[in-house]
Write a protein that binds this ligand. Structure first.
Ligand code: ARG
Length: 267
């Protein structure tokens, strides 16, 4: 009798211990990388209005999102051993999508500002560019300096650092912030805005495609803007894995090649 009780007790203790052990495995935080691997895909958030970083393109009769950010994302997915899924959205909605878990990472030519770093983590910078200003071709002689933008309507993408540049570095300018760069470009053509602040490769790309637009020589202070991958806070393993992929792509000049190929593709 006593023995039976004892055995039962021991059994119960063992069971409960085992159970706890089991539970802690299931409930314990599964790393982000494990989650991604289990799902078999890496979901990226991007804003594909940004050639040559990311843009829409008909490739062999098929509609695709292409660009050097996308090539980098493909490599990150490849190194993780999973497929890539792209979610295209407005730039100003990207970080919310990251926070809510709607996307695993954001890769959208995003600059790792101190303000953003309070809410999300960033990889190392994989590409750096400068800011520039585009205008209508017919205004190329009247808008040549920052001073010429005084009293003008200057466009920038909503939620971007360019928005801040307009308000902080162009005296007398009236900011017009829109969600999509394509809409800003349309507004410029329709005389609704007089200039747009854009990262140089993007400015180049839109000017090449639109002969009625012109890239000015206007420059800004502290104009360097790096691009980095944004990751939800608390996923150091994923940040580390992404940095490893980026390091490989920087060291073997792949990023440089991706940029050149994307510029050609955007033409
Ligand atoms: N680098 C700028 C920023 O971080 C603009 C990026 C816009 N990217 C895009 N895919 N539209 O604010």
């Amino acid at each position: 009798m006593f023995n039976k009780k004892l055995i039962a007790m021991i059994l119960m203790v063992c069971l409960s211990l085992g159970f706890v052990g089991c539970q802690s495995k299931d409930n314990g935080v599964e790393s982000k990388i494990d989650q991604i691997k289990k799902s078999g895909k890496l979901v990226i958030g991007t804003s594909a209005d940004y050639p040559p970083y990311e843009f829409h393109k008909e490739v062999n009769g098929k509609h695709e999102i292409v660009g050097f950010d996308i090539e980098i994302a493909k490599e990150i997915a490849k190194d993780l051993g999973v497929e890539l899924e792209i979610k295209d959205m407005r730039f100003d909605g990207l970080l919310a999508a990251l926070q809510s878990g709607n996307v695993d990472i954001v890769i959208a030519g995003m600059t790792p500002t101190e303000e953003r770093k309070q809410n999300v983590d960033f990889s190392n910078i994989y590409y750096t560019s400068v800011q520039s200003v585009i205008v209508r071709y017919e205004d190329k002689d009247s808008i040549k300096t920052l001073k010429d933008l005084d009293g003008k309507i200057v466009g920038a993408q909503k939620g971007s650092i360019q928005e801040q540049i307009v308000t902080e570095q162009i005296e007398g300018a009236n900011l017009r912030a829109l969600g999509k760069i394509s809409d800003l470009v349309l507004s410029l053509k329709n005389n609704k805005v007089d200039a747009i602040v854009l990262e140089k490769p993007v400015a180049n790309s839109y000017v090449n495609k639109n002969l009625d637009l012109y890239l000015t020589e206007i420059k800004f202070e502290e104009e360097d803007a790096g691009s980095a991958v944004a990751i939800k806070k608390g996923n150091d393993d994923l940040v580390e894995a992404i940095n490893k992929t980026l390091e490989r792509l920087i060291n073997d000049n792949s990023i440089e090649r991706f940029v050149m190929e994307a510029i050609q593709l955007a033409e």
